[in-house]
Ligand binder design. Sequence first.
Ligand code: FEO
Length: 387
Amino acid sequence: MQAIKIQDNIYWVGAIDWSMRNFHGYETGRGTTYNAYLIIDERITLIDTVKAPFKEELIARISSVIDPSKIDVIVSSHVEPDHSSALPFIAALAPTAEIITSNPNGLKGLTARYGQLNYKAVKAGDSISIGSRTLQFVPTPMLHWPDSMVTYCPEEKILFSNDAFGEHYATARLFDDENDPDVIMYESKKYYANILMPFGKQAQTALKALGGLDIDLIATGHGVIRRQSINRIVESYRQWSGGAVEDRAVVVFDSMWGSTEKIAKTIVEAFASKGIAAAYYDIKANAMSDIVTDVFTSKYLAVGSPTINNQMMPTIASFLCYIKGLRPINHAGFAFGSYGWGGQSIGLVEDELRAAGVEIILDKIRVTNVPTTDQLSEIATKIQSIA
Ligand code: FEO
């Protein structure tokens, strides 16, 4: 386990989690990395740690450059354990190191998790000198925890951005231009959709705070280090945080005996015949995190469920619960489904869509038992009527 040099006297010393497939419910099909950075200066500085099970990997990479006991400063950008849970182990190896965290939320969070360590709490505008370099601290509250902050080094023009601008993507090739750009952008969008979607306003505030900085490198907390795609990711964040949507539809459904599935197919084809691209997601066959990524930038959302025990299918309830928490904006949609008797599910889906902030633009589509050819034609005509 070797450190990887990213600039003179600056090294990536993080860990690669190739096998991570579920990150607190977020389906991470391509794994992830926990990025940490070591700066060799008069005061040797570590920016972030890693998830505790990977602490030996972090320690080995640091040790390939210096003895970890020589670390003078540890910057903890974010209390979430994927970045901080190896902190007490590094602090034990470097007991005199000063641990920089945000004031007051980083300080509160680290103290609650790891007890009293050698903390120094910083606020907006604070900076420290580590010798020939300066570290400037920029709080980015609720991006995506109250304590989140980023660190800028003006002499190197590096932004250590922690969760912002990153993605869950395991790679041993650290830089953006060493990886497939389309895969990286998809994973960045997926990260934003699944983690940052509720915090668009906070993202815009952070973009303003970072707007004046001259940045050559974004050293993220997950995934690749950006040197070629800085403008692309910043512009994407600008659009995503503003709620930009495309004229595109997402159709999500579960089905018991194929009737709701027939309606879903009809809806997708009806959108397509209007010239609106539509994605078809059988919830049993797709990861919710991927569906949400598509929903995020698609104007239309149609959700279907048959009725089971007077309820919607639990799969669809789970999806709608997830969507509601992510607080999507600028979406329009409707509910659909088949039923044998009762038929409560379709109204419940509509209620949940409304509660998630989706504008209901079509009365719920309800079909008993199996949809006839005429009923499917009527459904297609209704979709055609959507402006
Ligand atoms: Fe990557 Fe919010 O922790």
